[in-house]
Design a protein around this ligand. Sequence first.
Ligand SMILES: Cc1ncc(COP(=O)(O)O)c(C=O)c1O
Length: 418
Amino acid sequence: MDANCPGGPTWRSRRGKVPDYTALMRTDPLAYLGEELDSLKQQNLYRRLRILDGEQKAHTTFDHRSVVNLSSNNYLGLTTHPRLRARALEALQTYGVGSGSVRTIAGTMAIHMELERRLAEFKQVEAVVVFQSGFTANAGTVSAILTKEDIVISDELNHASIIDGCRLSRATIKVFPHKDVDAARRIIQDLPVTQRRLLITDGVFSMDGDLGPLPALCELAEETGCIMMVDDAHASGVFGKNGRGTVDHFGMHGRVDVQVGTLSKAIGALGGYVAGGRNLIEFLYQRARPFLFSTSHPPSVAAACIAALDVLLEQPEIMEQLWDNTRFFKTGLERLGFNTGISESPITPVIAGDSAKANTLSDRLFEEGVFAQAIGYPTVARDKARVRTIVTATHTREDLQYALDAFAKVGREIGLIQ
Ligand SMILES: Cc1ncc(COP(=O)(O)O)c(C=O)c1O
């Protein structure tokens, strides 16, 4: 602050008195945050960031150590795909680095509309709206389409962005045990039929890698008149024909009212989207707060996402490679005797027990040249701490065998397997 400006240290009030700053001196009002951090560290819940030195790839360098990377959501290796890079660079040269505004003022560029058209075609729906992230797609949509008069019936393991959207909507939240469709039915049967109800599930659950019971939930939604919503963040580019998601995988086209997808994981760039009927999308254009109040994507990101859709359609062999690798790695872990839970996707947890054990497993693996992040409470139950592995299409067999050997060595060392 300028010393002579009002409020600056030498500024004098009109009456010539120097303000008494000692009265304003105080202890750090944010000191409690330091105490919270200490407490996290004591409980072994503090997350240290690993720094990626180069590109987000299957074999790369974190914290200056060369590792097989089993922690990214880059399922198809598209973060570094030459076609995405080329399209992003071209858009960067043609349109510049930013969009300069929110979508509803001056930030809707032709390339945003092209991306939405391409996604709608891909998902076989009337329309799509793109958000800045999968998180804002979920939170912005649930909070826009529901009010405090309404009710959400939500799987207990749904993603945080769904939970936040529910809270923002102020609707009543009813949680059903994981994948328990009968429990969801009992909840719905007790609700007044006049109330608007949203039934919501993840398509793929991000910590266990299992699938939401979409056919049974769609049937329940139809029987009871609920709005049906699926968050397909981890299914986009992974499940269904050409990566169209779990709605396609289960043959549920036309039976899910609101589909959320992400552009940040298998698509390799950044963003989220909502796919559905024209009214839904028009309404979100008018009312979804992240759409209204936060700047749209840089054109290069939109261009990269369009290129990713081309790759999904023209190179289905990449998805086949992802699934080949997934089968190889999962079978390897199971043969070694690890508890890999109930996964049905390329996300495979290796359940270790408490957070301390999961952290030790992850840290030792890292020393052995394998990066598999530990996930503990409160993200998962206290006794189900794990390292979470995600195989990608671009891992080589040598990468995966190397990782399996490291798991075998460390798993024996810490008594997880014999
Ligand atoms: C199930 C699920 N939904 C939504 C998201 C948010 O997606 P994004 O990373 O694009 O914000 C994630 C990402 O962690 C997720 O796992």
